[in-house]
Design a protein around this ligand. Structure first.
Ligand SMILES: *Cc1c(COP(=O)(O)O)cnc(C)c1O
Length: 362
């Protein structure tokens, strides 16, 4: 028998085992068609009803998405939206506000700056610990096309536990790595978007949830695939969508409903994160560099007191069935990504390993 492996990858991340087993069982014969879902037309009745419509209905139910929001499933992941958002939302001579809390914010800012004037209204600070400045210190522009922020910085392990208040300025959120991790009020946002490969499915596809008053004629040079009006008219079918990724997303949504929805998964996620941070905090051998007020429940970066031991830690953890704990090259150290699909047993196995590693090497 092979050893159980827990995958702590930040993305593409692990998927629920039940979902993988269902996909395996249906691989050669999807719904009695004698075909793989990979081989059927996206315009077939089966695909439209069982994947496209069902995934949208399930996402609407899971997130309680109000009727005045559209839901799109688009190729290109979150990065495509870094371009699509300014192209669709920034009118001529309009500026956009961005909050910079880490690596993904910076990428979104860099891309938006190619299309119009971007104002960085706040940035995370690093004193002893990394923190997000409170909103009263932000310099918001009341004429901005929108305010963009990154509720969870996947690389830095920094998460907002509050929602910025922007008045009439639409709030745009890159929720790639914390979408569906807990309940949130969609009506606080103008646009919520995210790549699938953290908490929803495999890479290459993303979800965009957009309030209908924000759907307008985009900049004339906008590529047709990035035009929200066109994608809405065509129900995300302007071209052939990544059908297999979309199918897996639909299975993940059904799995989430079976787990009890977002309230239940939030509880599960909180328990896992509390266990891990609790252990890191009480132990001198490990540390986390993020302020208590904005620690991520999804991505837990940590470092060893002696970085010379990093290589040994990674070798031995991998051998113990704990995969992909290496931190991002820009941050260093370790990072445990513990998205919805990570069972509590995976965190327990990680803690057991960390305890014994500290005992042997401390
Ligand atoms: C992974 C990630 C992205 C990039 O997603 P792609 O699908 O590779 O484009 C963007 N933002 C955040 C917060 C992410 O975690």
């Amino acid at each position: 028998m092979t050893q159980t492996v827990y995958n702590f990858s930040p993305g593409p991340a692990m998927l629920p085992r039940e979902v993988m087993e269902q996909a395996q069982a249906e691989m050669l014969d999807w719904r009695g068609t004698g075909l793989s879902v990979m081989e059927v037309s996206h315009r077939s009745k089966d695909f439209i009803e069982e994947v496209a419509n069902r995934s949208e209905a399930d996402l609407r139910e899971l997130m309680s998405i109000p009727d005045n929001y559209h839901v799109l499933f688009l190729a290109g992941g979150a990065t495509a939206q870094f371009s699509a958002i300014p192209m669709n939302l920034m009118a001529e001579n309009q500026t956009a506000d961005y909050v910079d809390t880490g690596q993904w914010s910076k990428k979104a800012i860099k891309e938006a700056s190619r299309y119009g004037e971007v104002s960085v209204v706040a940035a995370s600070q690093k004193d002893e610990l990394v923190s997000i400045p409170s909103q009263d210190s932000w310099s918001l522009n009341s004429n901005a096309a929108y305010l963009h922020y990154t509720p969870n910085e996947t690389i830095d392990g920094v998460e907002f536990h509050w929602v910025p208040q922007t008045g009439d300025v639409p709030l745009v959120a890159d929720m790639s790595s914390n979408i569906l991790s807990r309940p949130m009020d969609v009506s606080d946002y103008g646009i919520i978007y995210g790549g699938a490969q953290k908490n929803m499915g495999p890479a290459g596809i993303g979800v965009v949830i957009i309030r209908d008053d924000l759907v307008k004629t985009p900049m004339p040079t906008t590529p047709i695939l990035y035009n929200y009006q066109v994608e809405i008219e065509n129900k995300s079918f302007y071209n052939t969508p990544p059908t297999y990724s979309w199918y897996l997303i639909s299975l993940v949504f059904a799995w989430l409903k079976k787990q009890g929805g977002l309230e239940a998964i939030a509880e599960h996620n909180k328990n896992k994160a509390q266990k891990l941070y609790g252990f890191i905090d009480e132990n001198d051998f490990y540390s986390n560099g993020v302020d208590l007020s904005c620690r991520s429940l999804m991505n837990v970066p940590f470092s060893l007191a002696n970085p010379d031991l990093d290589k040994l830690f990674l070798e031995q953890s991998a051998a113990a069935g704990l995969a992909n704990l290496k931190g991002h090259r820009l941050v260093g150290g370790m990072r445990a990504s513990i998205y919805n699909a990570m069972p509590e047993a995976g965190v327990d196995a990680l803690l057991d390993f960390m305890k014994s590693f500290a005992q042997k090497n401390g």
